[in-house]
Design a binder for this molecule. Structure first.
Ligand SMILES: C[S@@+](CC[C@H](N)C(=O)[O-])C[C@H]1O[C@@H](n2cnc3c(N)ncnc32)[C@H](O)[C@@H]1O
Length: 192
């Protein structure tokens, strides 16, 4: 049967944790596949903040959302043309899930890619925004130019998180080191 793709695995881990009515974030909206999935998971009383620095990506995401047949099943989506490392200006603590899918916008300008410094700043903010039990997923592309450096930086960041604060997992094909892989971080409840 084969293993799930990294994108499907990220969506499944998110779906297992997100609750109806809560706020979630798509940190890299791109073509809007994850944004749509998140809008369905939170339902009509929930909210999705979807970030991208490219208007073309946000337009594609808007089109995907508007084309969805069952509009009444979707949460409210705010499309935000800003870098994900400003996300804490738009969201308060208590977010259920934050999805990152790094790299470039397929079909768009492939010179515009996520960058390690802003990605790490956004990941730090994500951890502060997540509620206990909330999840952050990050799909990494070590096979793309620059993607290997970013992937290593994200992995180092995740490995250094104190385990009282968060649990981290890697989902990766060790026989294919250049293939995309997934890092997920689940926020733990602070000890009382
Ligand atoms: C691989 S694509 C995302 C694919 C998307 N999740 C989907 O379902 O189609 C990566 C996206 O990240 C965006 N991006 C790059 N740097 C960014 C930043 N600093 N903040 C937010 N988005 C950024 C790119 O413009 C691109 O659209």
């Amino acid at each position: 049967m084969g293993f799930y793709s990294v994108l499907t695995m990220a969506q499944r881990w998110v779906a297992e944790r997100v609750e109806l009515g809560e706020t979630v974030i798509d940190a890299t909206a791109g073509g809007g596949v994850d944004t749509l999935q998140l809008a369905l998971l939170v339902g009509p009383k929930g909210k999705v903040l979807a970030f991208d620095i490219q208007q073309e990506a946000l337009n594609k995401t808007a089109h995907r959302l508007h084309s969805y047949e069952e509009q009444d099943k979707l949460g409210k989506v705010e499309l935000i043309k800003d870098s994900h490392d400003n996300m804490s200006q738009y969201a308060a603590h208590g977010v259920g899930a934050i999805m990152f899918n790094l790299g470039y916008f397929p079909g768009g300008d492939q010179q515009i890619i996520t960058e390690p410094d802003s990605t790490l700043r956004a990941l730090e903010q994500s951890l502060l925004l997540l509620r206990p039990g909330g999840i952050l997923t990050c799909v990494l592309y070590p096979g793309h130019p620059g993607g290997d450096i970013e992937a290593e930086a994200v992995e180092r960041w995740a490995a250094a998180l104190p385990h009282e604060q968060a649990n981290c997992v890697l989902y990766r094909q060790p026989q294919r080191p250049a293939a995309p892989y997934l890092v997920a971080v689940e926020r733990k409840a602070p000890r009382s």
